[in-house]
Design a protein around this ligand. Sequence first.
Ligand code: F6P
Length: 498
Amino acid sequence: MDTPQAVGGDPLILVSNRGPVQHSRRDGERHSQPGHGGLVTALAGLGSHLDDAVWVCAALSDEDAAVAREHDGAAFEQEGGSGVRVRMLELAAQEQHDFYAVISNPLLWFVQHYLWDLANAPDITRRHVAAFDDGYVPVNARFADAVAEEVEARGARSTVMVQDYHLYLVPERVRARCPEVFLHHFVHIPWPHPDAWRVLPPAMRHAVFNGILGNDIVAFHSRRYARNFLLGCQDVLGLSVDLQELTVDVGGRTVRARAYPISVDPDELAATAASAAVSQHEQRLAARRREHLILRVDRADPSKNILRGFRAFDTLLNDHPELAERVTFLALLQPSRQDVEQYVEYLDRVRELVEDINARHGTDGWRPIDLGLEGDFDEVVAAYKLFDVLVVNPVSDGMNLVAKEAVLLNRRDGVLALSENAGAHEELGEHSVTLHPFDIQQQADAIFTALTMGAEERRRRLAAAAAQVRENDVAKWLRDQLADINQLRAHASRSGGS
Ligand code: F6P
């Protein structure tokens, strides 16, 4: 991957809830492994810039907390010395629970993915208000104070890159302490239309918008989210916005909303795909496959719309009895956020529905849905090579990197069946079969269209989708952001600002 351009050679401070490394203790020994998730992988692409950078994150395990304590809460080199120094914040257990499992997930996550069933939920109670005031606010303050200390130690020329919805209050507080610093915030999930925010009491939604407006740039995966953000600034805070230039004026400053579609590293994926571990899984899956293989790969998250995807498959089997025993739906799901009640219930419902569909349609030798919950990435990569149709049908999704990974690795001219509400649809929609995430019959029909599409059409679409991802890889995602930061900073120093 091409190395992205430096941030003018100035210090870089990355900030996210989940950091680049996680520690655990097994058999009396400490183990460290890379933090999971697309964000960590994407930012790892900063490569040599990370050598001088510090990454501020939460201590997520007991062992992380032990490591943080051993370094007196200061930044430390990772074991093995790979790049970025890490500063882990040890948080009080109740505070961390309220911050992560009550406010960030599900409250903000559900607002931003349109997941609340508004006639019934959420009931915002004193518990939520307390979780915001005594969890989300103080944890954001802890992050902001740590970032401000790092800026003060490194100089006002630092660039701060904050990630995601856990940390909306950080920029305003850092700005108050370090007015000259450059603050950039990437929101990796959808930004909904302004009315969606009315689920939150006024004090909460004002805090969210005022907090994030401490930034110089607020970045999203698509122009649609950037535009929604500005409309929200207008609606929630009554600010003056420019929808052509994608800017909003606040407190004598101009904040820019920008779109940078995140992507994947094709070389790294190709290397994984060539590994022995992947080829073992490939042989096993290939031996088990029927004539048609439908695949889905997701975190087990309600936003991924897993239940409706299975109901569409159920409908497909009812409508096309000729497919019996000729098709398998392989669903590789990774259990996620099992400390959040809604996620536990959702996974239970997924298991029940799979049992029900398999009981109604299955035969002695044929299980229509093959559900895997191991979250083994080598198995996922093997399955990417083998699918005929990949179902990506989220209710709403910031980007969806599964769609991008899969089209690069597939070897069977597989067809991407992609929700119009995935950020990836802006780039890959024209090469996909579009899914309407709420319409079960439409999804069943679209999957059938994909399964029966002519060979030449399938080949052409897959090649075009793969070329699109290759040309717009994760290095470009980072390069474009750093180029804008450099340009804005150069402009600010010419005009005497920060
Ligand atoms: O999509 C947003 C995101 O924070 C990703 O960066 C990450 O991979 C995913 O959600 C998982 O989140 P969590 O840290 O809650 O497991």
